[in-house]
Ligand binder design. Sequence first.
Ligand SMILES: [Zn+2]
Length: 535
Amino acid sequence: MTLLLRATSPDLLPPVDAAVPHQRTAADSTALSTAPAAETTDVAEATPTAANPGDTDSTDTPSIDATPTDAAPAAEAETVAPGPSLAALPAPRVPDSEAAAVTAPSGETSDAGRTDDVIPDEALGEELATTDDTDPANPSAAIAQTVQVQRGDTLITVLVNAGVSHDDAYGAIEALQDLFAPKDLRPGQEIALTFSAPEKQHQGPIDFQLVNLSLQPSVDRDLQVTRALDGGFTAFAIDRPLTHRTVAMRGEIHSSLFEAAQDAGVPVAIISAAIKALSYDVDFQRDIQPGDTFEFVFDRLDDEEGNLAKPGDLLYASITLSGKTYQLYRYEMSDGFVDYFNPKGESVRKALLRTPVDGARITSGYGMRNHPILGYSKMHKGVDFGAPTGTPIFAAGDGVITKIGPFSSYGNYVQIKHNTTYATAYAHISRFAKGLHVGSRVHQGDVIAYVGATGRATGPHLHFEVLVNGSQVNPTSVKLPSGSKLAGAELNKFKAAMNDMISLKEQIEAAQLQTAQGTVQSPDCSAAPNYPACQ
Ligand SMILES: [Zn+2]
């Protein structure tokens, strides 16, 4: 558990990834791209083919871990940064023996959904502030403390570790029972606690009493538990009315799209979703020129003061590069799968990703090379991406897992069959994502495993193969199948939704021109009945 010492703050923002179904957030990619890439290569090519591994390879591989793997993703570090103001506050006493006794992971909260698997365990649970700095000789009248739920925490362990007595913790949880089930606790959630402190100095340990607990099970709901005069606890809910708004924002790019969009006030989650969707067509390293422009339309939920409470979905993104415009529309297909499509109804996604790991760079390409361990020339039948141990590996495309487990010099290995022709393989994995087995269906971008150095590898990296009809091909040059194309009734439905989006966008732009200040306007549902927010 991580303890955050800070003022009890109501402006708690939800996790940004909530806004982007089926998409990884760029918070991930930003964080991971700052991690040092490992100068490593592997030797999986010593096995002739994935389908028929040469098991003549000895398994007594020298394990040379030459790469530091202490690069925790920056996004995690950000979420545990202590607040600036209250670091000097005395924190409640933690009974050492009890704290130690309850820190064992219980697994009760591990049903928090697959997205949790994006975060490697290694990155969690950095303790930035502990309660050891309690100064019992100088307690203040009230002590505010915010704790952040970590994976494996239960409500009772969180409270007790934060210094709440067992009686108070059980009392508070009991008071909450009609409003909040402890199993709904999610990693990353924050719980604000207020303790009373004794008015005068005591001998021996000081009993801090819990006087208030608050948590937000959702962005529009605030739960409060307060100590009643009789010493028991009462709980109540405060619902925050949130206003749904649809926003259009545009701007000119001077250095990077990210910077320009941030300057225009676009929430980071929306920028991330846009970059992710556009990156299939745009090489952000090379294609952007000063003077290029962008426009995004997205939903947001605002609180009563008009402040962003939660970003919604990116509905439309366009970017104009040297006069050429790319447009993408968010569209939910009849089967419920959401994707971004160009005006022709073509999915922006390719059927296969060439780089199934964020922020990694190629450390060894496909082809003949001098073998780093065996010392002679060998064919390298995949591409190596250097990345720290624990970096998430994504399914390169939709498909079914056909192999998962240890596999000769490949170490821990996954193979996904995408269709009758194409398969992809992933080697040297440190561990697999939970719940996957042969026959599991995966979507492109799902986390399937984490980078490691198992099997014959000189350091942590992903060895990635693309197989066409069972034989490895060069992943960087093979012509990949295109993504899905809408047709028939589905295409007609998409065109109707696209036309609604276009008229909605025109309305918003006209209204913004009129008010000549803002960027915010609500949708006119009479003009856009098919628009999701109008249904
Ligand atoms: Zn390799």
